[in-house]
Design a protein around this ligand. Structure first.
Ligand code: NI
Length: 173
């Protein structure tokens, strides 16, 4: 396994619609392993392939609470097949937008279909934090960030902070 570098917003690669994964092979399993390691190291509860510059439809998540067993998941070509009418608001963050948290309202429950790392189709209902996380990560595959749900003013304030952060990081290197 290897840690990958997480792209920081703004980056054109975070705004692209990603291509479906074409066949689940060893390289896809290796990529999923690297993404899980990178996500846990960050630490975070979800990561999408475009966040490490890979423009393919693959996400990883682990929303297990601190006192629970880890529940790492890798979802290939995930698709939302149903959303609840009930909504839920969470204070969301993103590894590509460090230390910025804002309330985002989304469906409280979703059903998602995907391919697992054996290439087998899976479908499952998600609720709670898992539902928010899976929707946030699937958004990444469509070039959408959680700040796209905020007002233009809030979004541009956060983007300015990130531009500054990237300049500071570049100066340290
Ligand atoms: Ni994110």
């Amino acid at each position: 396994m290897a840690l990958r570098t997480i792209l920081i917003h703004p980056d054109p690669r975070l705004k692209k619609v990603c291509a479906p994964v074409d066949g689940v092979d060893r390289s896809v399993r290796k990529l999923a392993d690297d993404m899980l390691e990178t996500m846990h190291d960050a630490p975070g509860i979800g990561l999408a392939a475009p966040q490490i510059g890979i423009l393919q439809r693959l996400i990883v998540m682990d929303c297990a609470k601190k006192d629970e067993e880890p529940q790492p998941m890798a979802l290939i070509n995930p698709e939302v097949t149903w959303v609840s009418e009930e909504l839920n608001t969470y204070s969301e963050g993103c590894l590509s937008i460090p230390e910025q948290y804002e309330d985002v309202t989304r469906p409280a429950e979703v059903r998602v279909r995907w391919l697992d790392l054996d290439g087998k189709p899976q479908e499952q209902k998600f609720d709670g934090l898992w539902a928010t996380c899976v929707q946030h990560e699937i958004d990444h595959l469509n070039g959408k960030l959680f700040i796209d749900y905020l007002s233009r003013i809030k979004r541009s304030m956060i983007t300015k902070k990130m531009v500054k952060l990237k300049k500071e990081r570049a100066a340290v290197l």
